[in-house]
Write a protein that binds this ligand. Structure first.
Ligand code: COA
Length: 236
């Protein structure tokens, strides 16, 4: 059955010629190794990741998107609205501006980064937001490092934190900034998100200023939002 003329021709036609013929034993050994090590792969996000991307971006926002979009449209959750933006090939939240960490075995997304030029934020259409919600976060919208690449979201699922995934996703955003010729990578972190603030500080990020966002029962953060940035060295 295998290796006869017709199957060889089929293999040749399929373009698989030149790929190593691994054999079941090798494949099994490699799979077991990957499972044991909990191997992680990193790749550019694709359209099909859009639901997971929206979920992680929502987590990274620390309640911001729920505050902005909650109960805006009947039966449409804030994460669903995010998913629409993420699924679009254009726009700052587009999957094209995202990078993911996945479980090499199951392909489940375990972490996400979303980065784009800060300048894109000027083009955002906030008209859909109720004026009070928009004005509540206005100081944050205005406090930007406009000439930088902006890391809009970085999140790793709880069970995979502390394994270097966040650092690797951050390195992607820095590399994206470098390749596009930006001098800085900037981001906003809630001042009370001590873990994230320390994570960035440990990687050379310096606080630039604080956007004063008053505490709100639907946006429960104290101390405002810190604009941080880090210089990006030019290509080696
Ligand atoms: C902040 C966040 C993205 C960090 O992700 P993470 O995957 O836990 O980060 P890392 O594992 O790369 O680094 C965390 C720590 O684990 C340590 N670590 C443990 N094992 C490691 C390994 N194998 N390789 C590298 N670092 C490792 C690192 O030294 C690091 O310590 P440090 O920050 O004191 O230097 C994550 O906590 C998160 O998703 N939080 C919720 C969402 C959020 O708040 N996002 C930020 C919005 S601004």
């Amino acid at each position: 059955m295998f290796g006869n003329q017709s199957s060889r021709t089929a293999v040749a036609r399929s373009g698989l010629v030149g790929f190593p013929n691994l054999g079941m034993e090798t494949i099994a050994r490699r799979t077991l190794k990957a499972v044991a090590a909990g191997e992680i792969s990193y790749r550019a996000a694709t359209f099909t990741d859009f639901r997971e991307l929206a979920r992680f971006i929502s987590v990274a926002g620390g309640g911001l998107y729920e505050f902005l979009f909650g109960d805006l449209f009947p039966l449409v959750s804030p994460t669903s609205l995010l998913a629409i933006a993420v699924a679009s090939p254009r726009g700052s939240l587009s999957y094209r501006n995202c990078f993911v960490a996945v479980d090499a075995r199951t392909n489940a997304v375990m972490g996400v980064a979303n980065a784009f030029p800060a300048e894109f934020l000027r083009k955002e259409n906030y008209a859909v937001l109720p004026p009070r919600r928009r004005s509540h976060i206005q100081p944050m919208l205005e406090l930007q490092d406009w000439g930088s690449m902006f890391l809009n979201a970085l999140a790793v699922s709880d069970q995979h934190q502390g394994r270097g995934v966040g650092a690797r996703l951050l390195a992607w955003a820095e590399d994206r900034a470098r390749r596009a010729g930006f001098k800085h990578l900037s981001l906003h972190a809630w001042a009370d998100n001590i873990k994230a603030v320390n994570f960035y500080k440990a990687r050379g990020y310096v606080a630039q200023a604080v956007a004063e966002i008053p505490y709100h029962p639907r946006l429960r953060h104290g101390g405002g939002s810190i604009l941080m940035h880090r210089k990006i060295d030019g290509p080696g």
